[in-house]
Design a protein around this ligand. Structure first.
Ligand SMILES: N[C@@H](CCC(=O)N[C@@H](CS)C(=O)NCC(=O)O)C(=O)O
Length: 337
């Protein structure tokens, strides 16, 4: 009896083995092709947008570059796939991209039934409304009957309906997939209101409005929009790599390590810094990476504060709740040990 059961277990193990052997890990696949394929926004200032030389810039882009730095010790080993809100999840599910880093809100549905894992939060946001100043609107509560421009496949569309229903108001949605076209519609006056994440409103007003002062962002923030990088279900090691790369950006800021100082500080006696730069411990190895993974992230891309200041500060963003927890914000990395 025992022999039969053992034999049965062995044949089961044998049957399962070819599958396991055939399935290449994400890390192995990324290393084999030589770059990280990263899904980004089609063009949102401060988050991901090509500059005049065609170089992608923004905090979401820098997260992709940081993953490349962690994996390859080279932040340039990354390619970008611009995706609309509606295209993004299919692109990740189908394997067209290895990571999606595109102002995407962490929700229960996306994290479960869409087959995805959120690696954390790179920017805590909330949804708001922008209106032309000349309408004289002071509060979202005055928007009853308004025509509202919105992009499909977003949490924005869902929150918009909830908010108007909850406040006993009606609205006429103008739903347009492409960012360029939805903005053209709003700036041409085809809608009274443009709604998206407040970060999107600030970025769009600063970078696309013919005259930014002609538009006001209303005071109401109607939702929670924790934005962060996403991977597919099914490869925990890759999930860990993206998650800890994001944490490394935060931890570096907390430890006072920046792209400018990390080489000098690498010899610091501080045990947390020693572990961070890979002088002690085997954190990199545990992730399947070089022990200098986090050192490379900061040396080549910077810490979270540097990335924020380079990309978002010039557009008028302040740190607010995106400050480190030690400065009264929500940004907090678990211990790298
Ligand atoms: N955070 C929301 C909204 C994300 C979103 O797609 N926002 C629009 C408006 S700012 C956008 O980024 N559009 C750019 C594009 O379609 O490329 C979500 O995850 O659903």
């Amino acid at each position: 009896m025992r022999t039969i059961m053992l034999a049965a277990a062995a044949s089961l193990a044998l049957a399962a083995a070819p599958d396991r052997a055939a399935a290449q890990t994400m890390l192995a696949a990324v290393k084999a092709k030589g770059y990280v394929q990263c899904g980004v926004n089609t063009g949102l200032a401060g988050f991901s947008q090509p500059d005049s030389r065609g170089q992608w810039k923004g905090i979401d882009v820098d997260l992709c570059r940081a993953v490349a730095a962690a994996v390859f010790g080279d932040a340039s080993k990354v390619r970008f796939t611009p995706l609309t809100a509606q295209q993004r999840f299919t692109a990740l599910q189908s394997g067209e991209v290895d990571v999606l880093s595109r102002n995407t809100t962490w929700t229960a549905t996306r994290d479960s039934s869409l087959g995805l894992n959120f690696a954390g939060v790179i920017y805590y946001d909330g949804q708001g409304f922008m209106v032309p100043r000349k309408l004289g609107v002071k509060s979202a509560k005055q928007l009853n009957g308004a025509t509202v421009c919105v992009q499909p496949g977003t949490t924005t569309e869902l929150n918009l309906a909830d908010y108007f229903r909850a406040n006993g108001m009606t609205f006429k949605p103008v739903v347009i997939e492409k960012l360029e076209e939805v903005l053209n519609a709003y700036f041409a006056g085809r809608c009274d209101v443009y709604t998206t994440d407040v970060s999107g409103l600030v970025a769009v007003r600063a970078s696309r409005a013919p005259n930014p002062a002609d538009h006001v962002i209303l005071p109401e923030v109607i939702s929670k929009e924790p934005l962060g990088p996403v991977v597919r279900h099914g490869d925990d090691q890759w999930f860990d790599i993206v998650k800890w790369t994001l944490f490394a950006l935060l931890e570096a800021e907390e430890l006072g390590l920046s792209s400018k100082t990390i080489e000098q500080n690498a010899s610091s006696a501080n045990p947390s810094i020693q572990r961070f730069v890979g002088a002690t411990g085997d954190i990199g190895k545990m992730l399947g990476l070089d022990n200098r993974w986090a050192f490379n992230v900061v040396r080549l891309v910077g810490n979270y504060g540097e990335i924020f200041d380079a990309n978002l500060k010039p557009l008028g963003f302040d740190r607010g709740i995106n400050n480190l927890w030690t400065n009264g914000g929500l940004m907090y990395a678990p211990p790298i040990r």
